[in-house]
Design a protein around this ligand. Structure first.
Ligand SMILES: CC(C)(COP(=O)(O)OP(=O)(O)OC[C@H]1O[C@@H](n2cnc3c(N)ncnc32)[C@H](O)[C@@H]1OP(=O)(O)O)[C@@H](O)C(=O)NCCC(=O)NCCS
Length: 167
């Protein structure tokens, strides 16, 4: 059974545990590096910061009661937009529809908060994620949010999906 939990800043320990697992498991997928969140970078206020962004929606998924994945939605800088970030599903939980549940929840949150378009960034070569996003109706987008270039030269592809805004 898949359950979703919405986290508050006080749940930073839960977010930390899953995010460290995600960065260790899939360095090819994320802009952040594990090393940046270890040692001196592993501080409570840093973990609380993303969970404290006003209007953000921070989720963990449990599969049969065990933490199995995470994702977050953040209001975009441009009015009427939102961004999906930090999607990760643990290796043992893949192929059970956990990512589908997380994505649907973030889409519902975004539409409910008045967004008409949901954006995400994905690194080229991350075929499983790109296939998932296409299945959910995301397409590569040139306008609106140019992909970031990472310090190591990798350039994010921006994808987006129109939403039926509920405001
Ligand atoms: C992308 C991701 C969230 C998809 O998770 P998921 O819940 O398994 O997603 P899907 O339902 O789309 O998986 C479809 C199939 O691909 C398989 N699959 C998914 N990701 C896989 C991976 N990284 N490696 C091997 N197989 C994978 C699943 O097991 C499933 O197989 P099945 O159809 O035989 O059951 C997950 O692969 C992941 O966390 N990857 C690392 C982090 C990442 O890339 N995040 C996105 C950043 S933009």
């Amino acid at each position: 059974m898949i359950e979703l939990r919405v986290l508050t800043p006080d749940d930073w320990r839960c977010w930390r545990e899953l995010r460290l697992a995600a960065l260790a498991d899939a360095p090819y997928a994320f802009n952040s590096r594990l090393a940046d969140w270890q040692g001196g970078g592993d501080r409570e206020e840093r973990w609380r910061a993303p969970l404290s962004i006003p209007g953000s929606y921070n989720l963990v998924a449990l599969l049969d009661g065990e933490p199995a994945g995470m994702a977050r939605g953040v209001p975009g800088a441009e009015t009427g937009t939102a961004h999906l970030h930090s999607l990760w599903v643990s290796g043992r939980a893949r192929g059970h529809g956990v990512a589908d549940r997380l994505m649907r929840a973030v889409e519902r949150w975004a539409a409910g908060s008045g967004a008409g378009r949901l954006y995400l960034g994905v690194l080229p070569g991350n075929g499983h994620a790109i296939a998932l996003y296409r299945r959910h109706g995301f397409e590569e987008t040139a306008a609106g949010a140019p992909g970031r270039t990472l310090p190591d030269g990798r350039r994010e592809v921006t994808m987006s999906k129109p939403l039926a805004s509920q405001r």
